[in-house]
Design a protein around this ligand. Structure first.
Ligand code: ADP
Length: 200
């Protein structure tokens, strides 16, 4: 079962393509943003601490992230043997700690998919989504801040995973079906996805 990390700036398409990959593979979809929003919606003390960061577009501190996410990752990996991580890791300390954790539990990530599009396209998508979903952090000022946080905190992970030889970089400034075809080809070529081609 496939174990993949999806990396993208806000609006880059990691949610959309994570859901697709989950349908294709049966691996568990774990969205850090969804788990955090669920915690906020519960109104717990932890949720109130989380909301103070997410509302501003700042990253939630790593210790809270590990506390909320790790039980979900462990359960999912146990149930399905795989995962599609959507939004996690997104800092170097998160990446290093989850790599340690992965080797400890024999759940090392096999591939990292980095999805990107021009900044103005990202902003446009997020503003469109704001109309449909009304997420508290999809306002122009917070969007710009989230994009800046991506550049300073998360972009270094691209080089880190490239150096480990597991990175695929794809532009999402084109039809979803084209992105998915490239993603499928690459995962198939690495034996990470069952082939659609009957000759294989
Ligand atoms: P987006 O990629 O559009 O910003 P997400 O739903 O992935 O949307 O994340 C929403 C917010 O949740 C982030 O702005 C951040 O505050 C918080 N968050 C999500 N994942 C993480 C993480 N791995 N580490 C720290 N904060 C996170």
């Amino acid at each position: 079962m496939v174990r993949v990390i999806m990396l993208s700036p806000p609006g880059g398409g990691k949610g959309t393509h994570s859901r697709w990959l989950t349908r294709q593979t049966g691996a568990a979809h774990i969205s850090s943003g969804d788990l955090l929003r669920a915690e906020v919606a519960r109104g717990s003390r932890l949720g109130r601490r989380v909301a103070a960061y997410t509302a501003r577009g700042d990253l939630v501190p790593d210790d809270l992230i590990f506390r909320i996410l790790m039980p979900a990752v462990v359960a999912a990996a146990r149930d399905t043997g795989g995962y599609v991580l959507d939004g996690f890791p997104r800092t170097m300390p998160q990446a290093l700690r989850s790599a340690d954790w992965g080797s400890e539990f024999s759940l090392t990530s096999q591939a990292v998919i980095y999805l990107n599009a021009p900044e103005e396209e990202l902003v446009k998508r997020l503003l469109d989504r704001a109309q449909r979903e009304g997420r508290a952090d999809d306002t122009l000022g917070v969007i710009r801040h989230r994009l800046a946080v991506f550049v300073s905190e998360t972009a270094p992970l691209v080089d880190y995973y490239r150096g480990r030889g597991i990175l695929l970089e794809l532009s999402t400034d084109r039809p979803e079906a084209d992105v998915q075809a490239d993603l499928r080809d690459w995962l198939e070529s690495r034996g990470l996805m069952p082939s659609l081609d009957p000759r294989h």
